[in-house]
Ligand binder design. Structure first.
Ligand SMILES: *Cc1c(COP(=O)(O)O)cnc(C)c1O
Length: 263
């Protein structure tokens, strides 16, 4: 699949090197964890995922339930990627929960943004009789944009409390944000990343938890280094690893397309 000069293995190496360098620039208090790379493979083929897996990558992210289900159930992928860990990072509707929780090697659902959704996931996981609790993250809408999902920053503590107290079959492992796409890091810290960091502080204070026990999932292709400097422990990188996607999916990419068109 790779075109001349572009190799998924080389791109992964490049991203990991940049992540490591960014991690060293973090303040001492944030040096406790090596940030994790989640390779976002949406719209990309099973062959490309296997290629990344063979290069050592283990965590992969997808945002559509059916696409994830089909890829994760692929016979060749299951055979060759036995230790793959899938992150669901898309908007989740309650009527898709059953299908999502049937995904082989589902590692974490990063986009739990309401008590109702947490309840549905907990009940479904219980019905499936799984031994280990399912990992989830609470998604926070740090930018307040209506187009973004996630609970409001003021609601995070309540959501996390509900999960901890009422959902024994799911385990809260972190907080996640998408944030706005147009922040220029040269102008200062990204307010979305600051807001997620602050949300974790509040959760830890109110619910007596340790920050080290809660991942911060933030940062994508255009800002993962900045995100790591600001405390991200899990970055979601797609286009830098797999190449740009043909169907524009984010306002960021729409904007880029328009820029190119008018250039
Ligand atoms: C697509 C996507 C990413 C990766 O975006 P890139 O800019 O391609 O790195 C990360 N997070 C979410 C939630 C996404 O939908």
């Amino acid at each position: 699949m790779s075109t001349a000069g572009f190799s998924i293995a080389r791109q992964i190496k490049l991203v990991l090197d940049k992540m490591e360098a960014a991690a060293l620039r973090r303040p001492e208090s944030l040096q406790y964890a090596k940030p994790r790379l989640v390779a976002v493979s949406k719209t990309k083929s099973v062959d490309m995922i296997i290629e990344a897996y063979d290069a050592g990558q283990r965590h992969f992210g997808e945002n559509y339930v059916v696409e994830l289900y089909d890829k994760a159930s692929d016979f060749e992928l299951q055979d060759r990627c036995r230790d793959i860990r899938w992150h669901f990072i898309g908007h989740l509707q309650r009527n898709k929960v059953s299908k999502l929780l049937d995904v082989p090697n589902l590692f974490v659902v990063e986009t739990v943004d309401s008590i109702r959704l947490a309840k549905a996931i907990n009940e479904t996981w219980q019905r499936l009789n799984k031994i280990d609790p399912l990992n989830v993250m609470a998604q926070v809408n740090t930018s307040g944009e209506e187009s973004k999902s996630g609970c409001a920053p003021e609601e995070v503590v309540q959501l996390v409390k509900y999960i901890k107290e009422e959902c024994p079959r799911i385990s809260l492992v972190g907080l996640m944000t998408i944030g706005s796409f147009d922040h220029d890091p040269s102008t200062g810290p990204n307010p979305d990343f600051q807001a997620l960091f602050k949300a974790r502080e509040n959760v830890c204070k109110e619910l007596d938890m340790r920050p080290q026990d809660l991942d911060l999932s933030m940062g994508m292709s255009n800002d993962f280094e900045h995100a790591i400097e600001m405390g991200s422990t899990s970055v979601r990188v797609g286009s830098t690893i797999f190449g740009s996607r043909s169907a524009p999916e984010t306002s960021h990419e729409h904007k880029e397309t328009e820029l190119h068109a008018s250039a």
